[in-house]
Design a protein around this ligand. Structure first.
Ligand SMILES: [Zn+2]
Length: 440
């Protein structure tokens, strides 16, 4: 998500070290489970596209080191409404579901039989999602409905145990492993349905979308206008906009998106999903842009810069390079801000304000209790990385980010991993740099 203004332009050319990164993936997800998940989902919309009902099957491997007796589903769509439950699950197969907990955002499923390490299993269940009446990531506005963080996804167990942290109401608290999604969306002919992934077959009333190695699946439904363009680098940009968005805003988003997705590809490894959806509305209640794999929700002001560059930077920092967004929000937000700076050629001279009252590396539970979340995690975090570039040098910093993204491609990065990669990129001792820049 983005709450602050970022600008736009600049350089570098290398190619994606995807093959190397994928072979690292095994190592990087070691201990984190359940992994290698495949989501097979069939949903049907009501007449307005506001309620979607169907069946979700999740097949997964116990990629942990110890037996897996249960899995947890995250029903993030219930975060704001709690147990009024706009997201409901029932009729489980493969395990027994307990009553929802954590404000009805968690459902524990005891597996029929525990999985040994390396063993594959699955659960299936009915799911109903009704977009609440608010202009939000999961919500509806007029004839348009948005399904961000609506589809139930697997929680992660790692060395620290199961991650069942709450949504704190600001930013993102999500943590998922990369997975493959095949989602069939049946809908009335009048609805246009932009979605995560690549639409492999589409008739007027069915959209089938496949997405490989993504952490979530989002879609929207409504009488959108839609246009498809291509970046010079060959990425398909599918733009969908509501009736109130101006042609100028559409064009602006398309142009900025094409430049950004190619530039980030050169810097951090080529965008691997082939296409990206831009979904534009004139306003959102609590954000200006919201990132999902292969799909971003954007505000589209007629005459000012929109958040498209920042949200596309999240395709790499959160999407391709995953992180626990509750524990380490700076690993996605500070990096997205910094990526926007380098894209626009904004070096942020003298941006560091001096001693700070908080560590920028604090978790979401901490930020919930202070009003300083966006200035620290966005602005000071982005500034810290700009200062790191000044400390390492521009070229070593570019190499560092390239190798950091390659090393965690489709995996999960940690603060320790980034700090040790940064230290390895210089002969200078960075200990004092981290302390001076409020990095814990
Ligand atoms: Zn953001």
């Amino acid at each position: 998500m983005r709450r602050i203004v970022v600008l736009a332009l600049l350089l570098a050319a290398l190619t994606a070290p995807t093959a190397v990164a994928e072979s690292n993936n095994q190592v990087l997800t070691a201990g984190r489970t359940p992994g290698q998940a495949a989501y097979d989902v069939r949903l049907a919309a009501d007449a307005g596209g506001t309620t979607w009902t169907g069946r979700e099957q999740i097949t997964f491997t116990n990629t942990g080191d110890t037996p897996l007796g249960e899995v947890y589903l995250r029903l993030w769509g219930n975060a704001w409404d709690g147990c009024k439950s706009p997201v409901k699950v029932s009729r489980f197969e493969g395990g027994t579901a307990a009553a929802p907990t954590v404000n009805c955002t968690v459902v524990k499923v005891d597996l029929k039989k525990p999985l040994r390490p390396g063993q594959r299993g699955s659960v299936a269940f009915d799911v109903t999602m009704t977009a609440p009446a608010r202009t939000e990531r999961f919500g509806r506005s007029g004839a348009y409905s948005f399904f961000g963080n609506a589809l139930p996804v697997l929680a992660v167990r790692d060395q620290a145990g199961w991650h069942l942290e709450p949504d704190v109401g600001i930013g993102e608290s999500y943590y998922t492993l990369a997975a493959d999604f095949t989602v069939r969306l049946d809908h009335p002919a009048g609805l246009v349905v932009p979605a995560t992934g690549t639409v492999s077959s589409s008739r007027r009333t069915t959209t089938i979308s496949k997405a490989k190695q993504v952490r979530d699946f989002a879609w929207a439904a409504g009488p959108f206008q839609q246009a498809t363009t291509k970046s010079p680098g060959g990425i398909t940009i599918r733009t969908s906009w509501t009736g109130v968005v101006t042609a100028g805003a559409v064009k602006d988003a398309q142009t900025r998106a094409a430049a950004a997705i190619d530039d980030f590809g050169r810097r951090f490894g080529k965008y691997p999903y082939g296409e990206v959806d831009l979904v534009l509305n004139d306003r959102w209640e609590s954000f200006s842009g919201m990132e999902y794999p292969g799909l971003v929700l954007l505000v589209a002001p007629p005459n000012e810069e929109g958040p498209v560059v920042h949200e596309l930077a999240h395709q790499w920092f959160y999407g391709i390079v995953g992180n626990n967004e509750y524990a380490d929000p700076w690993l996605d937000e500070s990096f997205a801000v910094y990526a926007s700076y380098v894209h626009t050629g904004d070096t942020q001279p003298n941006c560091w304000p001096g001693r700070l009252d908080h560590l920028i590396t604090n978790d979401m539970g901490y930020w919930q209790r202070t009003p300083d979340w966006s200035s620290y995690v966005y602005f000071y975090g982005g500034c810290m990385l700009a200062d790191l570039e000044r400390t390492l040098g521009t070229e070593p910093m570019a190499k560092l980010l390239k190798s950091y993204t390659a090393a965690h491609w489709y995996g999960v990065a940690t603060p320790e991993a980034f700090k040790s990669a940064a230290q390895a990129a210089t002969t200078k001792n960075l200990t004092q740099f981290w302390t001076n820049h409020s990095v814990g």
